[in-house]
Design a binder for this molecule. Sequence first.
Ligand code: MG
Length: 367
Amino acid sequence: MKITQIAVHQVDLPLSAGTYSWSDGKSIRTYDSTVVRVFTDAGLIGHGEVCPLGPSYLPAYANGVRTGLAELAPHLIGQDPRQLGVINRVMDQQLKGHPYVKSALDIACWDILGLASGLPVSTLLGGRQGEAVKCYRAISRDTPERMVERVAACRAEGHHHFQIKVGGEPDFDIARIRAVAASLGAGEVLVADANTSWLPHQAARVVRAIEDIDLYLEQPCLGYGECLSIRRRTSRPFILDEIIDGPAMLLRAHADQAMDVVNIKLSKVGGLTAARQMRDMCVVMGLAMTIEDSGGSDIVTAAIAHLAHSTPEAFRFSSSDVNGYNTVSIAEGGPQQRGGYIEAPTGPGLGVVPYLDVLGKPVATIG
Ligand code: MG
């Protein structure tokens, strides 16, 4: 089987909450998502999606996806999409870095492997484990009162795992954390995510002020050394996200005992192939994970669900239904969050069928 053509589509996904806000005053109102359709000479079509959280969250941006695809996709024409190791080797040889560009292509090739074998991607990734995958809800940075209201609204939808966005002025962040923590019920999980934005002296103040609260701290500072120094000043369980950009950083941070949980975002590491490698390393090392992505709709959510659902339950700290944050459905069969949980589709491949009228005309066609 050979790849004959790759079509690139751009889709705007307005956020259902209007705005999503995180550290340092950053916010977006619309996801700019890119969908690839990978055509083969066997008649099978695989689908992938990638959606950076605006241009200032990770070193990735939506126009960069499309520019990178124009550079990379021609090298995949004629390749067998079922040979994921070969596909990834070709991508890494032809374009250094830029994992987010590779993510959608990699996901689409897994979709084709599943369609060709008649198996769901979750089976190919190790097999479905447990009934459903728990999702967290991200709570935008806002006043303490409005964040408590938002948590209550998400609880009413069935969520009990909240990731509140902090990373601003320390006194306000302490007030945000205290207000939300006081509103939680028994068994609910609280994560305070600073998204790299505190300087070490600010993070040091916050962690000391909230030492009595049962919560997880996530990525307080920009640099690895700064995060490690804060990790060593707190007894709270610690999560690293942005700084863990691939297997090498995962191994280094594990060796340094720099975290208790790691967040694996598909596009941050290059797609399902790399994320699966890191997932398997985490299981071997005894490290819990959040398997997620930076944004997107039904295709990304399906890919997340397949990897998460094939991960041993004890290692699933949480996951994310990224399609639950926006107002546009781009494919039939995308996992739908119910009561705070999603499930991997059970059909072959990713188990999703795109709505071609929503994707519109391709912005580029290669091959
Ligand atoms: Mg995070």
